[in-house]
Design a protein around this ligand. Structure first.
Ligand code: ADP
Ligand code: MG
Length: 320
């Protein structure tokens, strides 16, 4: 199979939409922007052996390659619109490509994002995706908007993906919920859109809660207090770990792709209602403080410090 045949296969399966004047097949795509919106653009690469295991299921790789990018659009409160797919493949394997596209295009369809182009080359297995989204300029959620006194919110649960990664090194079978959280993350696109006009700042948790929260705090010139007892914990994680085992995973483990956002306490009920409408659980896990730095407080009010070894081990995992 030649590069040309692979591209033809991708083109056959990609969908079209009225704003895509020209999609896959020319030297560049021609795309029509909706009036009154700006373009949000982001790209993330997944490399075999770094971001996924060399023997990972192709369908999962396809799903995750797009999911991690949709997560960035979600964190900007952007509506997914178009994507580009750059594939570096060791061999022109049509079966692998079909399985990869099963995962990639199923997620694309569920978010109405159209694959409009890309690049296909021979080389070590690597997938680079660029996503484009639409958002009215004033409604984009930036990292720099957090204000002292804001509530600090987190969707879903944290620590599941890091636990799956850790458990996989010692167990043959990992709890299917935890494994799915690592292999097939759910980008919180609907949440990002629902937070337009309600939240002050947002980020997606890809590198670990404290690391990503740190980006928001640095950009906003504020600090935060995080309540350990308030961290949202899945039933599966609670069953698989003790508290002292999971806290470092929840604070430092990456790959969760939840949204961490801040908002005025006066918006609490409106946010609860908006999130309920998207059927996404979310919790207040702390607050934004004028004093810089992050203080993690245990249930008894004492300051919690994650054990350095476990923390660095999981921070050492490379994320998109
Ligand atoms: P060029 O040589 O002009 O860059 P290519 O042969 O690389 O053209 O690509 C031909 C067409 O196929 C272009 O429209 C390109 O965007 C599209 N394309 C190539 N690879 C991919 C891919 N992996 N996914 C989606 N579209 C692709
Ligand atoms: Mg090209």
């Amino acid at each position: 199979m030649l590069e040309f045949d692979l591209i033809a296969r991708i083109r056959e399966r990609a969908s079209l939409r009225a704003d895509v004047l020209l999609g896959i097949g020319d030297d560049a795509a021609l795309l029509r922007m909706p009036a009154g919106q700006v373009l949000a653009v982001s790209c993330d690469t997944l490399n075999a052996g770094v971001h996924f295991a060399a023997d990972a299921v192709a369908t999962d790789i396809g799903h995750k390659a797009l999911a991690v990018n949709l997560s960035d659009l979600a964190a900007m409160a952007a509506q997914p619109a178009w994507c580009m797919l750059s594939l570096s493949l060791p061999a022109a394997d049509g079966n692998w490509l079909d399985a990869f596209l099963d995962g990639f295009l199923a997620l694309a369809q569920s978010h109405d994002i159209v694959l409009v182009g890309g690049d296909t080359t021979r080389g070590p297995l690597s997938i680079s995706v660029t996503v484009h989204g639409w958002v009215p300029e004033a409604l984009a959620l930036r990292r720099a908007g957090a204000q002292a006194g804001d509530e600090l919110w987190l969707t879903g649960s944290v620590g599941d993906a890091a636990a799956a990664l850790a458990l996989r090194t010692t167990l043959r079978t990992v709890d299917p919920f935890l494994a799915a959280r690592l292999d097939r993350p759910t980008p919180r696109v609907a949440v990002g859109l629902a937070l337009r006009g309600l939240a002050h700042a947002a980020i997606d948790v890809s590198d670990g809660l404290l690391a990503d929260l740190g980006h928001v705090l640095a950009a906003s010139g504020v600090g935060a207090q995080v309540d350990l007892a308030g961290l949202p914990t899945s039933t599966a994680l609670a069953a698989a770990t003790s508290e002292s085992e999971r806290w470092p995973l929840q604070l430092g483990g990456g790959d969760d792709y939840e949204l961490c956002f801040t908002a005025a306490p006066a918006q609490h009920d409106a946010i609860s209602a908006a999130l309920a409408a998207t059927a996404t659980p979310a919790q207040v896990i702390g607050c934004i403080t004028a004093q810089s730095g992050v203080r993690v407080l245990a249930a008894d009010g004492s300051v919690y410090r994650p054990p350095q070894r476990g923390y660095q081990h999981f921070r050492g995992h490379a994320h998109g």
